[in-house]
Design a binder for this molecule. Structure first.
Ligand SMILES: NC(=O)c1ccc[n+]([C@@H]2O[C@H](COP(=O)([O-])OP(=O)(O)OC[C@H]3O[C@@H](n4cnc5c(N)ncnc54)[C@H](O)[C@@H]3O)[C@@H](O)[C@H]2O)c1
Length: 350
Protein backbone atom coordinates (compact mmCIF):
# COMPACT_ATOMS: atom_id res chain seq x y z
CA UNK A 1 0.00 0.00 0.00
CA UNK A 2 1.06 3.58 -0.60
CA UNK A 3 -0.05 6.01 2.12
CA UNK A 4 -0.21 9.77 1.79
CA UNK A 5 0.41 11.27 5.23
CA UNK A 6 -0.33 14.95 5.79
CA UNK A 7 1.59 16.64 8.61
CA UNK A 8 4.23 13.92 8.51
CA UNK A 9 6.98 16.27 9.71
CA UNK A 10 5.11 16.96 12.96
CA UNK A 11 5.28 15.18 16.29
CA UNK A 12 2.71 12.41 15.68
CA UNK A 13 3.00 12.29 11.88
CA UNK A 14 6.74 11.63 12.09
CA UNK A 15 6.09 8.80 14.60
CA UNK A 16 3.56 7.29 12.17
CA UNK A 17 6.06 7.48 9.29
CA UNK A 18 8.88 5.96 11.36
CA UNK A 19 6.49 3.18 12.42
CA UNK A 20 5.40 2.40 8.85
CA UNK A 21 8.85 2.50 7.27
CA UNK A 22 10.43 0.49 10.10
CA UNK A 23 7.69 -2.15 10.53
CA UNK A 24 5.85 -2.61 7.22
CA UNK A 25 6.57 -2.84 3.49
CA UNK A 26 4.29 0.11 2.70
CA UNK A 27 5.33 3.26 0.87
CA UNK A 28 4.83 6.72 2.37
CA UNK A 29 4.39 10.15 0.82
CA UNK A 30 4.77 12.89 3.41
CA UNK A 31 2.81 16.02 2.47
CA UNK A 32 3.74 18.86 4.81
CA UNK A 33 3.86 22.65 4.57
CA UNK A 34 6.70 22.79 7.12
CA UNK A 35 5.30 25.37 9.50
CA UNK A 36 7.34 26.08 12.65
CA UNK A 37 6.05 22.68 13.93
CA UNK A 38 7.36 20.70 10.95
CA UNK A 39 10.83 19.28 11.41
CA UNK A 40 12.34 17.00 8.79
CA UNK A 41 15.12 16.10 11.23
CA UNK A 42 12.55 13.99 13.10
CA UNK A 43 12.52 11.73 10.04
CA UNK A 44 16.26 11.37 9.55
CA UNK A 45 16.27 7.66 10.49
CA UNK A 46 13.81 6.80 7.65
CA UNK A 47 14.03 9.56 5.05
CA UNK A 48 16.76 7.69 3.13
CA UNK A 49 14.36 4.80 2.46
CA UNK A 50 13.32 4.29 -1.16
CA UNK A 51 9.77 3.82 0.22
CA UNK A 52 9.69 7.43 1.49
CA UNK A 53 8.95 10.63 -0.48
CA UNK A 54 8.44 14.21 0.66
CA UNK A 55 6.26 16.95 -0.83
CA UNK A 56 6.37 20.44 0.68
CA UNK A 57 2.75 21.42 0.09
CA UNK A 58 0.07 23.41 1.96
CA UNK A 59 -3.20 21.44 2.30
CA UNK A 60 -5.05 24.70 1.53
CA UNK A 61 -3.51 24.75 -1.96
CA UNK A 62 -5.98 22.73 -4.04
CA UNK A 63 -3.92 22.68 -7.23
CA UNK A 64 -0.86 21.32 -5.43
CA UNK A 65 -2.90 18.73 -3.50
CA UNK A 66 -4.45 17.59 -6.81
CA UNK A 67 -0.98 17.30 -8.33
CA UNK A 68 0.33 15.18 -5.44
CA UNK A 69 -2.67 12.83 -5.61
CA UNK A 70 -2.36 12.42 -9.37
CA UNK A 71 1.40 11.91 -9.23
CA UNK A 72 1.62 9.49 -6.29
CA UNK A 73 -1.73 7.64 -6.57
CA UNK A 74 -2.06 6.76 -2.86
CA UNK A 75 -4.28 3.90 -1.63
CA UNK A 76 -5.04 5.73 1.62
CA UNK A 77 -4.66 9.14 3.21
CA UNK A 78 -3.86 9.73 6.87
CA UNK A 79 -4.66 13.36 7.62
CA UNK A 80 -2.65 14.76 10.52
CA UNK A 81 -1.69 18.23 9.24
CA UNK A 82 -3.04 20.83 11.64
CA UNK A 83 -2.24 23.77 13.81
CA UNK A 84 -2.12 21.99 17.15
CA UNK A 85 -1.09 24.25 20.04
CA UNK A 86 -3.96 25.50 22.24
CA UNK A 87 -2.09 28.56 23.58
CA UNK A 88 -1.26 29.69 20.04
CA UNK A 89 -4.94 29.27 19.07
CA UNK A 90 -5.92 31.68 21.85
CA UNK A 91 -3.31 34.26 20.79
CA UNK A 92 -4.13 33.99 17.07
CA UNK A 93 -6.97 31.74 15.87
CA UNK A 94 -6.73 32.64 12.15
CA UNK A 95 -4.20 29.96 11.17
CA UNK A 96 -6.31 27.36 13.00
CA UNK A 97 -9.41 28.25 11.00
CA UNK A 98 -7.41 28.26 7.77
CA UNK A 99 -5.50 25.00 8.13
CA UNK A 100 -7.79 22.93 10.34
CA UNK A 101 -11.10 23.85 8.70
CA UNK A 102 -10.41 25.25 5.21
CA UNK A 103 -7.41 22.95 4.74
CA UNK A 104 -9.39 19.85 5.72
CA UNK A 105 -12.24 20.92 3.41
CA UNK A 106 -9.77 21.41 0.54
CA UNK A 107 -8.18 18.01 1.15
CA UNK A 108 -11.60 16.31 1.35
CA UNK A 109 -12.70 17.84 -1.94
CA UNK A 110 -9.47 16.93 -3.70
CA UNK A 111 -9.70 13.40 -2.28
CA UNK A 112 -13.34 13.04 -3.34
CA UNK A 113 -12.47 13.92 -6.92
CA UNK A 114 -9.47 11.56 -6.89
CA UNK A 115 -11.42 8.68 -5.25
CA UNK A 116 -14.43 9.00 -7.55
CA UNK A 117 -12.16 8.44 -10.57
CA UNK A 118 -10.69 5.23 -9.10
CA UNK A 119 -12.08 1.87 -10.20
CA UNK A 120 -12.57 -1.66 -8.84
CA UNK A 121 -10.54 -2.73 -5.81
CA UNK A 122 -8.57 0.52 -5.79
CA UNK A 123 -11.81 2.39 -5.21
CA UNK A 124 -13.25 -0.14 -2.73
CA UNK A 125 -10.06 -0.36 -0.69
CA UNK A 126 -9.35 3.39 -0.55
CA UNK A 127 -9.46 5.02 2.93
CA UNK A 128 -9.42 8.61 4.22
CA UNK A 129 -8.37 8.62 7.87
CA UNK A 130 -8.98 11.88 9.70
CA UNK A 131 -6.91 12.20 12.88
CA UNK A 132 -8.40 14.26 15.69
CA UNK A 133 -8.32 14.94 19.40
CA UNK A 134 -10.36 14.18 22.52
CA UNK A 135 -10.48 17.95 23.16
CA UNK A 136 -13.52 18.17 20.83
CA UNK A 137 -15.62 16.56 23.59
CA UNK A 138 -15.01 19.44 26.01
CA UNK A 139 -14.65 19.27 29.77
CA UNK A 140 -15.42 16.34 32.12
CA UNK A 141 -15.15 18.50 35.25
CA UNK A 142 -17.18 17.17 38.18
CA UNK A 143 -17.94 13.69 36.76
CA UNK A 144 -16.16 10.37 36.62
CA UNK A 145 -17.44 9.78 33.06
CA UNK A 146 -15.17 8.88 30.17
CA UNK A 147 -15.44 10.15 26.58
CA UNK A 148 -17.00 7.53 24.31
CA UNK A 149 -17.46 7.73 20.55
CA UNK A 150 -21.03 8.94 21.27
CA UNK A 151 -20.15 11.80 23.63
CA UNK A 152 -21.61 15.06 22.22
CA UNK A 153 -19.11 17.64 21.02
CA UNK A 154 -18.53 20.70 23.26
CA UNK A 155 -15.16 22.23 22.33
CA UNK A 156 -13.77 25.03 24.51
CA UNK A 157 -10.77 26.55 22.70
CA UNK A 158 -10.29 27.90 19.17
CA UNK A 159 -8.05 24.85 18.59
CA UNK A 160 -10.62 22.27 19.68
CA UNK A 161 -13.47 24.13 17.93
CA UNK A 162 -11.51 24.08 14.66
CA UNK A 163 -10.76 20.36 15.08
CA UNK A 164 -14.44 19.69 15.87
CA UNK A 165 -15.40 21.48 12.65
CA UNK A 166 -12.98 19.38 10.65
CA UNK A 167 -14.35 16.16 12.22
CA UNK A 168 -17.88 17.17 11.17
CA UNK A 169 -16.70 17.87 7.63
CA UNK A 170 -14.94 14.50 7.37
CA UNK A 171 -18.04 12.62 8.61
CA UNK A 172 -20.30 14.62 6.28
CA UNK A 173 -18.12 13.68 3.29
CA UNK A 174 -18.70 10.02 4.25
CA UNK A 175 -22.45 10.36 4.77
CA UNK A 176 -23.12 12.60 1.76
CA UNK A 177 -20.61 11.41 -0.82
CA UNK A 178 -19.79 7.91 0.47
CA UNK A 179 -16.08 8.77 0.85
CA UNK A 180 -14.63 5.93 2.99
CA UNK A 181 -13.75 8.08 6.00
CA UNK A 182 -12.44 6.87 9.36
CA UNK A 183 -12.11 9.26 12.31
CA UNK A 184 -9.98 8.82 15.42
CA UNK A 185 -10.05 11.01 18.53
CA UNK A 186 -7.02 10.64 20.75
CA UNK A 187 -5.90 11.90 24.14
CA UNK A 188 -2.70 13.87 24.90
CA UNK A 189 0.40 12.35 23.35
CA UNK A 190 3.95 12.50 24.68
CA UNK A 191 7.28 10.98 23.68
CA UNK A 192 10.34 11.57 21.47
CA UNK A 193 10.55 14.50 19.00
CA UNK A 194 7.83 16.53 20.79
CA UNK A 195 8.17 20.26 20.05
CA UNK A 196 9.49 22.00 23.18
CA UNK A 197 6.52 24.39 23.49
CA UNK A 198 4.41 21.52 24.87
CA UNK A 199 4.28 20.72 28.60
CA UNK A 200 6.45 17.59 28.88
CA UNK A 201 9.43 18.60 26.69
CA UNK A 202 9.26 22.15 28.04
CA UNK A 203 9.54 20.89 31.61
CA UNK A 204 12.41 18.52 30.80
CA UNK A 205 14.43 21.16 28.95
CA UNK A 206 13.74 24.00 31.40
CA UNK A 207 14.71 21.75 34.33
CA UNK A 208 18.02 20.90 32.67
CA UNK A 209 18.75 24.63 32.39
CA UNK A 210 17.54 25.36 35.93
CA UNK A 211 14.75 27.56 34.56
CA UNK A 212 11.27 27.85 36.17
CA UNK A 213 8.86 25.01 35.37
CA UNK A 214 5.58 26.82 34.58
CA UNK A 215 2.40 25.07 35.74
CA UNK A 216 -1.00 26.58 34.90
CA UNK A 217 -3.01 27.43 38.08
CA UNK A 218 -2.82 24.69 40.69
CA UNK A 219 -1.81 22.12 38.08
CA UNK A 220 -4.92 20.09 38.85
CA UNK A 221 -5.97 19.70 35.19
CA UNK A 222 -6.30 16.00 34.35
CA UNK A 223 -5.21 14.59 30.99
CA UNK A 224 -5.09 11.00 29.77
CA UNK A 225 -1.54 10.53 28.46
CA UNK A 226 -0.63 8.22 25.57
CA UNK A 227 2.90 7.39 24.43
CA UNK A 228 3.22 8.59 20.83
CA UNK A 229 4.46 5.25 19.47
CA UNK A 230 1.35 3.55 20.88
CA UNK A 231 -0.72 6.15 19.03
CA UNK A 232 1.18 5.52 15.79
CA UNK A 233 0.46 1.77 16.07
CA UNK A 234 -3.22 2.49 16.74
CA UNK A 235 -3.51 4.79 13.72
CA UNK A 236 -1.95 2.23 11.42
CA UNK A 237 -4.34 -0.43 12.79
CA UNK A 238 -7.32 1.85 12.09
CA UNK A 239 -6.29 2.79 8.54
CA UNK A 240 -5.67 -0.85 7.63
CA UNK A 241 -8.46 -2.66 9.55
CA UNK A 242 -10.99 0.01 10.60
CA UNK A 243 -14.51 0.17 9.19
CA UNK A 244 -15.33 3.20 7.00
CA UNK A 245 -17.82 5.55 8.63
CA UNK A 246 -16.67 4.57 12.14
CA UNK A 247 -15.01 6.62 14.86
CA UNK A 248 -12.47 5.14 17.26
CA UNK A 249 -11.37 6.79 20.49
CA UNK A 250 -7.72 6.21 21.40
CA UNK A 251 -6.32 6.68 24.91
CA UNK A 252 -3.73 5.43 27.31
CA UNK A 253 -5.74 4.69 30.48
CA UNK A 254 -3.34 7.10 32.19
CA UNK A 255 -5.24 9.93 33.87
CA UNK A 256 -2.76 12.26 35.57
CA UNK A 257 -2.94 15.76 36.97
CA UNK A 258 -0.50 18.14 35.27
CA UNK A 259 1.29 18.72 38.58
CA UNK A 260 1.85 14.95 38.96
CA UNK A 261 3.33 14.83 35.46
CA UNK A 262 5.75 17.66 36.27
CA UNK A 263 6.73 16.14 39.63
CA UNK A 264 7.34 12.74 38.01
CA UNK A 265 9.67 14.32 35.43
CA UNK A 266 11.52 16.15 38.24
CA UNK A 267 11.98 12.90 40.16
CA UNK A 268 13.28 10.98 37.12
CA UNK A 269 15.73 13.79 36.36
CA UNK A 270 16.85 13.82 40.01
CA UNK A 271 17.71 10.13 39.59
CA UNK A 272 19.36 10.40 36.15
CA UNK A 273 21.00 13.85 36.51
CA UNK A 274 21.27 14.36 40.29
CA UNK A 275 21.81 17.88 41.58
CA UNK A 276 21.94 19.37 45.08
CA UNK A 277 18.73 21.43 44.95
CA UNK A 278 15.78 19.37 43.78
CA UNK A 279 14.23 19.94 40.36
CA UNK A 280 10.84 20.15 42.12
CA UNK A 281 11.98 23.50 43.61
CA UNK A 282 11.80 24.96 40.08
CA UNK A 283 8.01 24.41 39.83
CA UNK A 284 6.30 27.82 39.37
CA UNK A 285 2.54 28.27 39.32
CA UNK A 286 1.41 30.75 36.63
CA UNK A 287 -1.98 32.31 35.79
CA UNK A 288 -4.32 29.74 34.30
CA UNK A 289 -5.15 29.71 30.58
CA UNK A 290 -8.65 31.10 29.74
CA UNK A 291 -11.23 28.41 29.00
CA UNK A 292 -8.92 25.71 30.39
CA UNK A 293 -10.77 22.37 30.59
CA UNK A 294 -10.24 20.56 33.88
CA UNK A 295 -10.48 16.92 32.85
CA UNK A 296 -10.29 14.77 29.73
CA UNK A 297 -10.49 10.98 29.88
CA UNK A 298 -10.97 8.45 27.11
CA UNK A 299 -12.83 5.16 26.97
CA UNK A 300 -10.67 3.27 24.45
CA UNK A 301 -12.77 0.06 24.73
CA UNK A 302 -14.06 0.09 21.14
CA UNK A 303 -10.66 0.05 19.41
CA UNK A 304 -9.51 -2.64 21.84
CA UNK A 305 -12.59 -4.85 21.25
CA UNK A 306 -12.94 -4.34 17.50
CA UNK A 307 -9.36 -3.90 16.31
CA UNK A 308 -7.38 -5.57 19.10
CA UNK A 309 -5.29 -2.49 19.93
CA UNK A 310 -4.14 -1.55 23.41
CA UNK A 311 -1.19 0.57 24.55
CA UNK A 312 2.14 -1.10 25.33
CA UNK A 313 3.40 1.66 27.61
CA UNK A 314 2.13 2.68 31.03
CA UNK A 315 2.70 6.32 31.96
CA UNK A 316 5.55 5.24 34.23
CA UNK A 317 7.44 3.36 31.48
CA UNK A 318 6.64 5.90 28.77
CA UNK A 319 7.66 8.98 30.72
CA UNK A 320 10.96 7.39 31.72
CA UNK A 321 11.70 6.52 28.07
CA UNK A 322 10.78 10.08 27.11
CA UNK A 323 13.08 11.74 29.65
CA UNK A 324 15.89 9.39 28.61
CA UNK A 325 15.27 10.24 24.92
CA UNK A 326 15.56 13.98 25.59
CA UNK A 327 18.75 13.48 27.60
CA UNK A 328 20.22 11.48 24.71
CA UNK A 329 19.03 13.87 21.98
CA UNK A 330 19.87 17.31 23.27
CA UNK A 331 21.31 18.22 19.86
CA UNK A 332 17.82 17.76 18.26
CA UNK A 333 16.38 20.01 21.00
CA UNK A 334 19.15 22.58 20.60
CA UNK A 335 18.49 22.86 16.86
CA UNK A 336 14.78 23.39 17.50
CA UNK A 337 15.43 25.96 20.21
CA UNK A 338 17.95 28.01 18.20
CA UNK A 339 15.89 27.75 14.98
CA UNK A 340 18.60 26.04 12.92
CA UNK A 341 16.19 23.19 11.98
CA UNK A 342 14.27 25.80 9.95
CA UNK A 343 17.20 27.78 8.56
CA UNK A 344 18.91 24.75 7.07
CA UNK A 345 15.86 23.43 5.28
CA UNK A 346 15.36 26.86 3.71
CA UNK A 347 19.00 26.90 2.68
CA UNK A 348 18.62 23.42 1.18
CA UNK A 349 15.66 24.64 -0.86
CA UNK A 350 13.31 21.82 0.17
N1 LIG B 1 -0.29 16.19 20.10
C1 LIG B 1 -1.33 15.61 20.68
O1 LIG B 1 -1.29 15.33 21.88
C2 LIG B 1 -2.55 15.23 19.86
C3 LIG B 1 -3.52 14.45 20.44
C4 LIG B 1 -4.63 14.03 19.67
C5 LIG B 1 -4.73 14.42 18.36
N2 LIG B 1 -3.77 15.23 17.80
C6 LIG B 1 -3.93 15.60 16.37
O2 LIG B 1 -2.92 14.90 15.66
C7 LIG B 1 -2.47 15.68 14.57
C8 LIG B 1 -0.97 15.86 14.64
O3 LIG B 1 -0.64 16.50 15.87
P1 LIG B 1 0.87 16.85 16.23
O4 LIG B 1 0.96 17.00 17.70
O5 LIG B 1 1.79 15.91 15.52
O6 LIG B 1 0.99 18.30 15.56
P2 LIG B 1 2.30 19.14 15.17
O7 LIG B 1 1.92 20.56 15.41
O8 LIG B 1 3.49 18.59 15.85
O9 LIG B 1 2.48 18.86 13.61
C9 LIG B 1 1.63 19.38 12.64
C10 LIG B 1 2.27 19.21 11.28
O10 LIG B 1 1.36 19.70 10.29
C11 LIG B 1 2.07 20.52 9.40
N3 LIG B 1 1.13 21.53 8.86
C12 LIG B 1 0.54 22.57 9.53
N4 LIG B 1 -0.22 23.28 8.70
C13 LIG B 1 -0.16 22.68 7.49
C14 LIG B 1 -0.76 22.95 6.23
N5 LIG B 1 -1.57 24.00 6.05
N6 LIG B 1 -0.48 22.14 5.19
C15 LIG B 1 0.36 21.07 5.35
N7 LIG B 1 0.97 20.79 6.52
C16 LIG B 1 0.71 21.58 7.58
C17 LIG B 1 3.18 21.15 10.21
O11 LIG B 1 4.26 21.60 9.39
C18 LIG B 1 3.58 19.99 11.11
O12 LIG B 1 4.55 19.17 10.50
C19 LIG B 1 -3.23 17.00 14.63
O13 LIG B 1 -4.33 16.91 13.73
C20 LIG B 1 -3.73 17.07 16.06
O14 LIG B 1 -4.94 17.77 16.15
C21 LIG B 1 -2.68 15.63 18.52
Amino acid sequence: MKLLITGGAGFIGSAVIRHIINNTKDEVVNLDKLTYAGNLESLSEVSGSERYAFEQVDICNRAEVDRVLAQHQPGAIMHLAAESHVDRSIDGPADFIETNIVGTYTLLEATRQYWQALEGDRKNDFRFHHISTDEVYGDLEGTSDLFTENTPYAPSSPYSASKASSDHLARAWHRTYGLPVLVTNCSNNYGPYHFPEKLIPLVILNALENKPLPVYGKGDQIRDWLYVEDHARALYRVVTDGKPGETYNIGGHNEKQNIEVVQTICDILQELRPQQTTYRDLITHVKDRPGHDLRYAIDAGKIQRELGWSPDETFETGIRKTVEWYLNNLDWCQRVQDGSYQRERLGAGV
